[in-house]
Design a binder for this molecule. Structure first.
Ligand code: ATP
Length: 238
């Protein structure tokens, strides 16, 4: 197989005294959806934050497009093509939908194409076009998630890090969100997905990693993991 787009090589990360991730190794190849699954507090969000550069590595290495990101600050990682859609969306609630999207076009690499990218995002999410002048804080949960994904797409990512995109959404909206992720993937996007809806995550993903208490416990083909009796009883309640 060719060199991975993203490679986490035995990374450690944590907060203050607490060590959350211990020797976590994950690979994401071009064109894949890779799911990171595990219980609450297992370290999924921490992993995405370490990749995005909002949390420093304490050990190990992180490579993207073949270069080490260890000393690359978060903003420069966006410039290289990494975009995080954080848990809780983190929009600017007082700004309009369009202003939130435009803020996603801050990397110098994409500024000249901001207008074309805005059109593309508003085509992908017509609801965001309809609501372009509305404050982001007044959107529904599903619309806020679209806005957060749209903002990330404005930076023309090569890898999208999606943290719990379906969290807090009504079931019918969750289905739309999963369809959107699938459409992005079909359009060529590579994704690292953290998702509490495990059935959906394992359906969408080609491969998955199971993280428990900061360690990768299992990894492999998503369909095989979905059929694994240990996974079914531990995580799917089956
Ligand atoms: P969840 O589904 O609950 O978000 P997760 O797998 O994403 O779970 P993380 O958010 O990565 O888990 O948290 C891993 C551990 O790190 C937890 O024990 C959590 O309490 C701790 N933690 C997370 N954020 C912080 C923080 N800012 N300061 C201190 N500890 C934190």
């Amino acid at each position: 197989m060719s060199e991975p787009l993203l490679q986490l090589d035995r990374i450690d990360a944590g907060y203050g005294e607490s060590r959350v991730l211990e020797a976590v190794s994950i690979e994401v190849h071009q064109g894949e959806i890779v799911a990171l699954i595990g219980s609450n507090g297992a370290g999924k969000t921490t992993t995405l934050r370490a990749v995005a550069g909002v949390l420093p590595l304490r050990a190990g290495d992180l490579r993207f497009l073949g270069r080490s990101l260890k000393s690359v600050p978060a903003a420069d990682r966006t410039e290289l093509g990494l975009a995080l859609v954080p848990e809780g969306r983190e929009l600017w609630p007082q700004l309009t939908v369009r202003e939130n999207l435009e803020l996603g076009a801050y990397p110098p690499r994409v500024r000249a194409r901001a207008k074309a990218n805005l059109e593309r995002v508003e085509q992908l999410f017509p609801r965001l076009l309809e609501r372009r002048s509305q404050r982001a804080g007044s959107l529904s949960g599903g619309e806020q998630q679209m806005c957060a994904i749209g903002r990330a797409l404005m930076s023309e990512p090569k890898l999208l890090l999606l943290d719990e995109p379906s969290l807090g959404l009504a079931p019918v909206i969750v289905d739309q969100m999963l369809d959107t992720i699938s459409a992005l993937h079909k359009g060529g996007m590579t994704l690292l997905l953290v998702e509490q809806n495990l059935t959906a995550a394992l359906e969408l993903a080609s491969r998955a990693y199971v993280i428990e208490a900061g360690h990768i416990k299992m990894s492999g083909d998503a369909k095989a993991l979905r059929d694994d009796p240990a996974i079914r009883s531990a995580y799917l309640g089956l």
